[in-house]
Ligand binder design. Structure first.
Ligand code: GUN
Length: 298
């Protein structure tokens, strides 16, 4: 079987056409979509994400500012900045890059973001709307996965979707999207996690397999059914002899599933570009909401 590589950039190019139109419409009203990103500590992967976000926002003529804090920053310091950003009309979206350093009160910090600026969709209010079937901001990676499935015409109706990973960022919202009576939903969904017994028995039953656990090459060819569509969310650094001394691999052993799967997202270049694209989509949506309720900043 020939396995198709589901390339994220092709999907992004199509979505960007629509985004550019909305952005220029906002510009005419004197509104430039703006994102405040908060980065705490020095996690190398987080720095890469933040740089990519900055570049993508600039490319689409959107505004972004990153607020940097040391590892030992105080929760209250962050909370007081978020409260200020909540009131600052220059920023339509606020993002707190995860993971936060271990000692920090993650929930307290995330819950301080005003739901109308919660472009990550992590606030319980927005997660509640998603579960209620009437979402406002959908978390970026799961939303990006839906866009990939839509673009490559991978139908979800009646399929058995298996999600490996139950994080708030991917697994749980992905379940909410695929299980509900949405156009790109109506799947029968199984969620697997660290306590799941016989993972292979379950992954072998998947028509659509979504791997989002952060374990390099966890899913190999013996664990997947012929014709499965695979979405690999993992971006893991593994040591090698290159100049960088590492390479990026997914949660799926890609070479091993080639020839078995109907399709698979590559790492890098699969889901990653969509996460950032969906962040811009949500920020533009927040700016449009702002512009229609409060008028121009000009
Ligand atoms: N870390 C990994 N993925 C994400 C994401 O989608 N949003 C934020 N804020 N942090 C992340």
């Amino acid at each position: 079987m020939e396995t198709q590589l589901l390339k994220g950039r092709e999907v992004v190019s199509q979505i960007n056409v629509e985004l550019r139109t909305k952005i220029s419409l906002l510009k005419k009203k004197g509104v430039v979509p703006g994102l405040a990103a908060i980065l705490i500590g020095s996690d190398p992967a987080s720095k890469v994400y933040i740089n990519s976000k900055e570049n993508a926002f600039k490319k689409l003529n959107c505004y972004t500012q990153t607020f940097l804090f040391n590892e030992d920053a105080d929760d209250d310091e962050i909370i007081s900045l978020i409260k200020k950003l909540n009131k600052n009309d220059k920023f339509h979206g606020i993002l707190i890059q995860l993971p936060l350093p271990g000692k920090m009160a993650v929930k307290k910090i995330l819950h301080t973001v005003e739901p109308s600026k919660d472009v990550d969709g992590f606030h319980p209010y927005n997660l509640g709307l998603l579960l209620d079937g009437d979402p406002n901001f959908i978390p970026c990676t799961p939303n990006g996965i839906i866009e990939i499935l839509k673009f490559y015409k991978i139908d979800t109706l009646g399929k058995h979707a298996v999600i490996v990973g139950r994080s708030n960022i991917v697994g749980k919202p992905m379940f909410a999207l695929l299980s509900q009576n949405f156009k790109m939903g109506n799947s029968t969904v199984t969620i697997c996690h660290t306590k799941t017994k016989n993972l292979k028995e379950i992954t072998l039953k998947a028509d659509i397999l979504i791997a989002a656990v952060g374990v390099p090459n966890l899913i190999n060819g013996s664990m997947v059914k012929k014709g499965v569509d695979i979405i690999d969310v993992g971006i893991n650094r593994v040591s090698d002899n290159s100049i960088k001394k590492y390479k990026l691999v997914g949660d799926v052993f890609t070479e091993d599933v080639i020839g078995i799967a109907n399709s698979v997202t590559p790492v890098p270049g699969g889901v990653g570009p969509l996460t950032i694209c969906m962040l811009i989509h949500n920020t533009v949506k927040a700016a449009l909401n702002f512009s229609s309720t409060r008028g121009s900043t000009g």
